[in-house]
Design a protein around this ligand. Structure first.
Ligand SMILES: O=C(O)CCC(=O)C(=O)O
Ligand SMILES: [Fe+2]
Ligand SMILES: [Zn+2]
Length: 652
């Protein structure tokens, strides 16, 4: 052993830190392989993958470039949109090696958060998931459609201070504020009252713009409905298709004040991020209007092309040329023509005019916490009691990555599985002190019968002391809470159980059932009656039912006071059409143990179908929820077979 002279102690300490760094770097490259399919190599090459140095972590191109240039000449820097990593290629292997030695473990401060860079050599750069560079068919973005003076005039004309005038219907939504002219667009039924025009029609200040749209043939008839949306940084609009039965084909949207990025998604999973510069006009027609969803992800920064080239780039696709752009207040004027007869478009899967009416008696979205709790009692808790044994018989194999997490915990660690179901995770790592809880007595009884420790508890109030757990898991649970407040409360409760340094793994079902061009197992199974999603599973968006979510309904809009929108009944093994829905469970084999009195969630005798409430999460939503929780950091987030997943660590 070394003498404990001052010098040696320092030496030993440095070695320890180096070892720790190496461990973290190896861990980062494992994560890249597992979650992103990126292979790292140990022999030096000219290219490196920079874990945590991605746009998705809030690192800007300029910031990363400055750091990387310290080590040599940077040949290229690829920053794929929304990803937590970047690829750098140096002019020589020596430069890359220098970066590998000096930048590993480097801390950056971005958007108020610290990130640590880990670099590993790679043989090839780039990512599997190519983003389309083509605009959705029927979509146009016309730059500089209005002059700065016209923009100022339009913006000045909006009087947000008089919310109760009779000409407009003004609403403060949780994620933006809106005003309607001509007809009120109602977020409760995602439609307009066609017999109740608002007095005054469209404001005169829009005349010149509309004349130009007619003159240039962007529209054939003059719009009679205007919605003004105003978004502060961090706000957005959920993905939706404007209700077919409400409006005619062409939809125009004028962007004023600041640019933003609008995400378009095809039901097959393709997505295109379109930059909408200030003073541009978006024209949505045909396929882009009827079939693709559009939405604005609530965030404070967008990923946009870095160079101000002469040819304007509308589609944020080239990872070699992306950077962050800070959002500012954006105001949009969306002009539409109210439809007077049923829509006969060529996209029946997305057309509410061409769809059978929804299930009578379907419940509505909750208006308040009381509603939410009643909805969950009926459409979550009671259903699980009724389907417990059949449900349990379909839930045997642990999802691989949940297993990996459990096996990564040290022997003797205390684990709580909140919402443990039939206990399929409680025995995965026999070296843990594992305890489960679930809201369903029948499922807890199944755990006990299998020799596991479990108790009945609501995930919002777990009867365990603060900080008793080294780890917690919440697998396919939080999507059963029907308001954002309740989903947040469930995450808070999970974190409360963790000791500082403890980690939690959360899985929720994803709106996107196709990701990186891969369809989830859930989608791949063909039988729509089968809901045995005994494996993680997500999905792309296809059609749209009556619940469109324009009104942030899925995000608990405050404006849904009178008459909430009804929840749609999902067709299993198809893409989700809205974020809040009822997923049918077809019970096979044997009668229910629990008598169901007059339960609407149970349909005809012969084929017992039960409906479970779900809120499926959009990309980024789970992370956003976690960011609202104090004293945690997100260690990793990923998409796993149709689920959004995070691992968070408690810091304090
Ligand atoms: O803000 C925008 O440009 C789009 C608004 C929108 O999609 C809507 O109100 O339906
Ligand atoms: Fe829209
Ligand atoms: Zn239609």
């Amino acid at each position: 052993m070394e003498e404990s002279s001052g010098e040696n102690v320092k030496l030993v300490k440095r070695t320890k830190e180096e070892k720790k760094l190496l461990r973290k770097q190896i861990k980062a490259s494992h994560t890249l392989l597992k979650h992103e399919g990126i292979n790292t190599v140990s022999l030096p090459t000219k290219s490196l993958v920079v874990a945590n140095g991605g746009l998705g972590n809030g690192v800007s191109r300029e910031q990363l470039q400055d750091v990387l240039r310290e080590s040599g000449c940077v040949e290229s820097l690829l920053m794929p949109p929304c990803k937590p990593y970047a690829f750098v290629t140096y002019g020589s292997v020596e430069d890359a090696q220098r970066a590998h030695t000096s930048l590993n473990g480097r801390q950056l401060h971005c958007q108020g958060q610290g990130v640590t860079l880990y670099l590993s050599f790679v043989e090839k750069v780039g990512c599997e998931s190519e983003v389309s560079t083509q605009l959705p068919p029927g979509l146009k973005v016309l730059e500089e459609f209005v002059s700065p003076e016209e923009e100022a005039r339009l913006l000045d004309s909006i009087d947000w201070a008089s919310p109760n005038d009779v000409v407009t219907a003004q609403k403060a939504l949780k994620h933006r504020r809106v005003k309607h002219y001509g007809y009120e667009f109602r977020y409760d039924n995602n439609n307009v009252d066609k017999d109740k025009p608002l007095p005054g029609g469209l404001p005169q200040v829009c005349d010149a713009v509309l004349e130009r749209c007619l003159w240039e043939n962007h529209i054939e008839v003059r719009p009679d409905q205007l919605t003004i949306n105003q978004y502060e940084p961090g706000q957005g609009i959920p993905p939706h298709v404007d209700t077919h039965s409400a409006f005619e084909d062409t939809i125009l949207s004028l962007s004023l004040g600041a640019k933003t990025v609008m995400d378009f998604r095809h039901p097959d999973g393709r997505s295109v991020a379109v930059v909408l510069p200030a003073r541009s006009l978006l024209v949505m027609k045909g396929e882009s209007r009827y079939l693709w969803t559009h939405g604005i992800t609530p965030r404070k920064f967008d990923m946009v092309p870095a160079c101000d080239s002469a040819t304007p780039q509308m589609v944020t696709s080239d990872p070699g040329d992306l950077t962050l752009s800070k959002r500012a207040t954006r105001t949009s004027f969306t002009f539409r023509k109210v439809r007077r007869s049923p829509c006969q478009c060529a996209y029946p899967s997305a057309c509410d005019s061409q769809r059978a009416p929804t299930t009578p008696g379907a419940p509505a979205l909750p208006r308040d916490d009381g509603d939410a709790s009643r909805l969950e009692t009926r459409y979550v808790h009671q259903v699980y009691e009724q389907i417990a044994s059949h449900f349990s018989s379909t839930r045997h194999s642990p999802w691989p990555r949940v297993g990996d997490f459990l096996r990564s915990l040290p022997p003797g660690a205390v684990l709580a599985d909140v919402g443990c179901g039939n206990g399929k995770y409680l025995g995965v790592n026999p070296d843990l002190w594992a305890v489960g809880c679930d809201r369903s007595c029948s499922l807890v009884q199944i755990c006990a019968d299998r020799g596991f420790q479990a108790f009945v508890s609501d995930a919002l109030r777990v009867p365990l002391r603060d900080g008793v757990c080294d780890a917690c898991i919440s697998i396919a649970v939080i999507h059963h809470f029907s308001t954002q407040e309740r989903r947040l409360a469930a995450v808070n409760e999970l974190i409360r159980l963790l000791k500082p340094g403890g980690r939690a793994l959360i899985y929720v079902w994803a709106m996107e059932q196709e990701y990186n061009k891969q369809r989830s197992k859930y989608l791949k199974e063909k039988d729509p009656k089968s809901d045995d999603r005994d494996g993680p599973s997500p999905e792309p968006m296809t059609d749209n039912t009556l619940g469109h979510g324009q009104g942030d309904a899925g995000n608990d809009d405050a404006c849904l006071a009178q008459g909430q929108p009804k929840l749609t009944v999902h067709t299993n093994r198809t893409a989700f059409t809205s974020q809040d829905l009822l997923v049918p469970w077809h019970r096979k084999g044997g009668a229910s143990k629990v008598s169901d009195t007059s339960d609407e969630s149970k349909l005809p005798e012969s084929d017992p179908v039960f409906h479970r409430y779900y809120h499926v999460f959009c990309e980024g939503e789970l992370e956003d929820l976690c960011r609202k929780v104090k004293n945690i950091t997100i260690q990793t987030s990923y998409h796993d077979q149709g689920n959004w997943c995070v691992i968070v660590e408690k810091t304090l």
